[in-house]
Every structure is written in structure tokens, then in C-alpha cells.
Write a protein that binds this ligand. Structure first.
Ligand SMILES: [Ca+2]
Ligand SMILES: [Ca+2]
Ligand SMILES: [Ca+2]
Length: 304
């Protein structure tokens, strides 16, 4: 039941891109900030399956869209690192890390959803304590409509949430370009990240209208020579999807690439046992402790 409802909520978003981009209600500082909220699955023509030249990471969890493509896509990247030893990223462990219901409250917390899913935001609810990826991503926060997020908070989403869970992560947003520079990224940068076993998050233009509309986790590249270059992604539109390949080209093309968020943990993996981390947080008086404990109690009732 839950999955069906989520998918239906995602479908109407395609038309919202135009509304928001030409709207006058956005603060000046954010008016030109690229955004995404998940266009519906309208143009998912898959271009080939995994070819012999493809290189991709196999252990990136695919999550079903949950209250925004930004936090959902970011969760796939972070879930990958949870499985690689940064095990306190999500409360789930092992195979459970692959299941959306097991991590959904850490993608977007119930408090965040209640306050920010409405348009305008619900003024009668308190500002939620930051406990989920959507909190740092500021997903659905006015002036954005339900499910939408700004690119400029994408790096904060990774760094802030990872830090909350006890880790130091670096994240950088970069514009797609055929050129090479610190603030831009090109094909070689994608290849370098995947060869270094680091998935990324892209902000793309699914309908090819020149405007960004969807965040996706990216975990592969494929140079097929004369046939072209492709990037491998999950659409975030189903629970158990496999990698999809799209041409690596600029905005204005179907699934054109606008931006990438590069994510890398700083330092070696640390397996922090969850009880000891919470104990540490208690000592330092961190405000997030109570929500963590509450969520664990809730998850026991909800999922077992
Ligand atoms: Ca875990
Ligand atoms: Ca809202
Ligand atoms: Ca678009």
C-alpha cells in the first residue's frame, strides 16, 4: 500500500518544474538555484543492458522514491558507504540496508514530512530536529513544493547527515562541462570516481527541456566507442531496480546531466557500534539522541 501511494505522489511533479522555474515567489538568492523533485517515470527508455565495456559498482542500494528524489538518491550513495564499514550511517544492517522501509525515517523523518510536505509548510508544527537526510537537504521546505530540493543544499545533505551519524564526509557540487576545472566536472571525473569505487549523485534533465528535474544515484560508466558514452544510474522509481544506462550529455537532452555531487568519506572506515555512539552523544549532550532512540522503538513496532 505504501509503495503505491508514494509512486502516485511522484507522478504530478513533471509540470511543477516549469511552474517553479518561472515563478516569482522564490527568494532572489535561490531563484537561479537548480532544483529537482522527481519527474514521473515518463521517459525511461533503457539504452541497452550492461555491455562488456561497462564498469559499475554493484553494492549500491536502490531505494523506492520516498518524499523526494534528492534525499532518496543521497540515501543510495550513503547506503553504499554503510555497507562498506560506515555502518552507523543507517540503523539497518546487512540485507536490510537494501530495503526502503528499513531506512525511510532516516531518508525523511516523520516530523520533517508532517511539517514540510504541505504547501505552504505547516505553521502549527515546530521546526523538526535535524535527524534525516531531508532535513539537511531542506526538501519540500517553502518555497519549494512537495518533494523538491535545491542543488545548493545537496552537499550539505551528505556532510550534515554523515556528521550527525558520527562520520566526516566531504561533498562537492559541480557543474557538468566538457572542460576541466575545479568547479566543473567531465567524463574523466566520472570515470575517476567510479574507478575509485565512489558512487555519485547527479542532477539531471529527464524530459530534455533544458531544466533540471531529478536527482539520481550514479554508480557506473560505459564508453561504447562510436555508440557513445553512458552513465549508469538508478531512477529511484522502484524498490528493486537494476542499473539503467543513459547517454552522458548536457542539459536539453533526455536524461541530460546538469550537475554532480561528489561524495567521499574522509579517513578510513570506522565501524562505530551504534550503542557506543549513542553513549558518546549522550555525554556530549547532542540534541539528536532522543529522536534516535524514539525511532528505534518505532521501527520495532512498524517492521517486526
Ligand atoms: Ca548500518
Ligand atoms: Ca512544503
Ligand atoms: Ca527538465
Amino acid at each position: 500500500m505504501r509503495e503505491i501511494k508514494i509512486k502516485l505522489q511522484a507522478y504530478p511533479f513533471a509540470f511543477l518544474a516549469t511552474t517553479l522555474l518561472i515563478g516569482t515567489g522564490n527568494p532572489a538568492s535561490l531563484a537561479s538555484d537548480p532544483i529537482a523533485g522527481c519527474s514521473g517515470p515518463s521517459s525511461t527508455t533503457s539504452i541497452g543492458t550492461n555491455s562488456s565495456t561497462a564498469k559499475f559498482l554493484t553494492s549500491v542500494p536502490a531505494y523506492n522514491w520516498y518524499n523526494g528524489c534528492g534525499p532518496t538518491a543521497a540515501a543510495s550513495v550513503l547506503g553504499y558507504w554503510d555497507l562498506l564499514g560506515y555502518s552507523n550511517i543507517f540503523d539497518a544492517a546487512g540485507d536490510d540496508v537494501y530495503l526502503t522501509p528499513q531506512v525511510q525515517d532516516q531518508i525523511s523523518s516523520p516530523e520533517h514530512n508532517a511539517k514540510y510536505n504541505p504547501t505552504p509548510d505547516n505553521p502549527n508544527l515546530p521546526t523538526p530536529t535535524f535527524t534525516s537526510i531531508a532535513d539537511w537537504f531542506r526538501t519540500s521546505v517553502d518555497p519549494l513544493n512537495f518533494g523538491w530540493s535545491y542543488l545548493s543544499f545537496a552537499d550539505d545533505a551528505f556532510k550534515g547527515y554523515a556528521n550527525f551519524r558520527g562520520y566526516d564526509f566531504d561533498a562537492q557540487n559541480k557543474r557538468f562541462s566538457n572542460q576541466s576545472s575545479e568547479s566543473l566536472f567531465n567524463w574523466d571525473d566520472l570515470v575517476s570516481e567510479i574507478d575509485s569505487n565512489r558512487p555519485l549523485m547527479f542532477l539531471v534533465d529527464t524530459d530534455g527541456n533544458g531544466g533540471t528535474d531529478h536527482f539520481v544515484p550514479v554508480m557506473g560508466y560505459d564508453d561504447r566507442g562510436a555508440e557513445g558514452r553512458f552513465y549508469g544510474l538508478y531512477t529511484t522509481w522502484s524498490e528493486d531496480e537494476t542499473i539503467v544506462w543513459k547517454p552522458f550529455q548536457d542539459l536539453g537532452n533526455s536524461w541530460g546531466v546538469g550537475y554532480a555531487t561528489f561524495v567521499r568519506p574522509l579517513g578510513s572506515p570506522q565501524s562505530v557500534p551504534e550503542p557506543s555512539l549513542e553513549l558518546g552523544l549522550l555525554f556530549f549532550g547532542t540534541v539528536g539522541v532522543v529522536p534516535i532512540i524514539k525511532r528505534k522503538l518505532k521501527s520495532k513496532f512498524r517492521f517486526n
